[in-house]
Design a protein around this ligand. Structure first.
Ligand SMILES: Cc1cc2nc3c(=O)[nH]c(=O)nc-3n(C[C@H](O)[C@H](O)[C@H](O)COP(=O)(O)OP(=O)(O)OC[C@H]3O[C@@H](n4cnc5c(N)ncnc54)[C@H](O)[C@@H]3O)c2cc1C
Length: 318
C-alpha cells in the first residue's frame, strides 16, 4: 500500500500546484501509515525538492518530447501506481490533472473525487471535502472503493514543508510513443498565471470598453496581481478568453480577488467565491456582488481605481 502523487511540472520546474498535491498526499500517507511516493515526468529540475514537502521517494519518467499527452501520461501513471501498489493517487486540479484523473480512475478501477479543497480525514475510510453548487455548499465525500484518485483544487491547501530533498530515481516505466505532434507552442510570457495567482484584479462591463483597461492593469501591476474579467468582457473581445473567470471560465481561489465594475451574477460568483478575501468596487450599492464581499467600495471605478493604485504604490514605496 502507498500513496502516489503525480507532481506536474511547468516549463521544466515543479511549481506550487505540485507542492500542494504532495502536501495532501503526504498527509494522506500519514493517516494511512504508509509511504508518499512522488512521480515526475520529464525531469523537472527541482524534483528532489518534493522530498522537502514529505515525499519519501521521487521517481521520474524521462520523455523523448516536451508536450503533454494525456493518453501516454495516464498509462504511465497507472503503471507506476501498479508498481508501487498505490491505493491513493493524487494530482493537482489543473488542466493536466483534470485530463488525467478520469482516465486514471477507469484504469485503476478507483473512486474519483475532483477539486478537493481540504486535507483528508480518516473515519473508517478517507473523507475529503469539496465545494458544490457553485461554491454555495461544501460536500464531504467518503471513498469506499479500495483505490481512490483525488485532484487538489489550487490555492486551497498551503504547501507545508516536512522532510528534506530526496534523490530522484529513474523509474522503470516504458512510455509509449506520443501520437500528438506539436508544431509550435506559444505561451504568454511575463503574465502571472491566473489559476496559480494569489492576487487577482478583475474587471467587468462597468469598464465600458477595452480602451479603459489600462487603469486595471496599472492596479494589477502595482499589486503584482494577475488580471481577470467577466464573461461578457471576454465574449465582446475586450479581453482574451483565458482571463474569463466564473462557472464557464477559470475557477480561481486567490487570497485576494478585487472585482471592479462586475455585477456579481451567480455564474460569475461560481468561479470566484472561494477567494479568501473579496473586494468589490461598484457604483451601484445594490449590486449583488456586495453580498459576497468582505470589503466594498461604492463609487465610480474611474475615480476609485486610480486612487487605489496610487495608495498601493505609496504604501509599497515605504
Ligand atoms: C450559462 C451561463 C454561464 C455563464 N457563465 C459566466 C461566467 O463563467 N462568468 C461570468 O462572469 N459570467 C457568466 N455568465 C454571464 C453572467 O450571467 C452575467 O451576465 C455576467 O457575469 C455579467 O458581467 P458583468 O458583471 O461584467 O456585467 P454587468 O452585469 O453588465 O455589470 C456591470 C456592473 O458594472 C457596474 N458599473 C457600471 N459602470 C460603473 C462604474 N463607472 N464604476 C463602477 N461600477 C460600474 C454596474 O453597476 C454593474 O453592476 C453566464 C451566463 C450564463 C447564462
Amino acid at each position: 500500500m502507498s500513496v502516489l502523487v503525480y507532481a506536474e511540472q511547468n516549463e521544466g520546474v515543479c511549481r506550487k500546484p505540485a507542492f500542494e498535491a504532495v502536501t495532501f498526499a503526504r498527509h494522506t500517507a500519514d493517516l494511512l501509515g504508509t509511504n508518499c511516493i512522488a512521480l515526475t515526468i520529464g525531469n523537472p529540475s527541482n524534483a528532489s525538492e518534493l522530498g522537502s514537502y514529505g515525499a519519501t521517494e521521487v521517481r521520474n519518467i524521462s520523455l523523448g518530447w516536451s508536450h503533454f499527452d494525456n493518453l501516454v501520461y495516464a498509462k504511465a501513471i497507472a503503471d507506476m501506481a501498479g508498481e508501487v501498489n498505490a491505493n491513493v493517487v493524487v494530482l493537482g486540479h489543473s488542466g493536466q490533472g483534470r485530463a488525467l484523473a478520469g482516465r486514471l480512475a477507469i484504469r485503476l478501477q478507483a473512486g474519483l473525487v475532483s477539486a478537493v479543497n481540504s486535507l483528508p480525514e480518516l473515519v473508517e475510510n478517507l473523507i475529503v471535502r469539496k465545494s458544490v453548487y457553485s461554491g454555495k455548499a461544501i460536500a464531504s465525500v467518503m471513498v469506499k472503493s479500495p483505490r481512490s484518485v483525488f485532484t487538489i483544487q489550487g490555492n486551497s491547501i498551503p504547501p507545508a514543508k516536512k522532510g528534506t530533498p530526496v534523490e530522484v530515481v529513474e523509474a522503470n516505466v516504458t512510455l509509449e510513443e506520443s501520437q500528438i505532434k506539436v508544431q509550435t507552442l506559444a505561451s504568454e510570457s511575463g503574465a502571472i498565471s491566473l489559476p496559480d495567482a494569489e492576487l487577482v484584479v478583475s474587471g467587468g462591463r462597468g469598464f465600458k470598453g477595452p480602451e479603459n483597461w489600462g487603469i486595471l492593469e496599472e492596479l494589477a501591476e502595482a499589486l503584482g496581481a494577475a488580471t481577470a474579467c467577466s464573461r461578457p468582457v471576454a465574449d465582446s473581445g475586450w479581453r482574451p478568453h483565458h482571463e474569463h473567470v466564473g462557472q464557464t471560465g477559470v475557477a480561481i481561489r486567490p487570497n485576494l480577488y478585487i472585482a471592479i465594475g462586475i455585477s456579481g451574477a451567480i455564474q460569475h460568483l461560481g468561479g470566484v467565491n472561494n477567494s479568501k478575501t473579496i473586494v468589490v468596487i461598484n457604483k451601484d450599492p445594490e449590486a449583488p456582488f456586495f453580498k459576497a464581499a468582505d470589503y466594498g467600495v461604492v463609487g465610480d471605478l474611474f475615480e476609485v481605481v486610480p486612487r487605489l493604485t496610487e495608495a498601493v504604490k505609496k504604501h509599497k514605496s515605504g
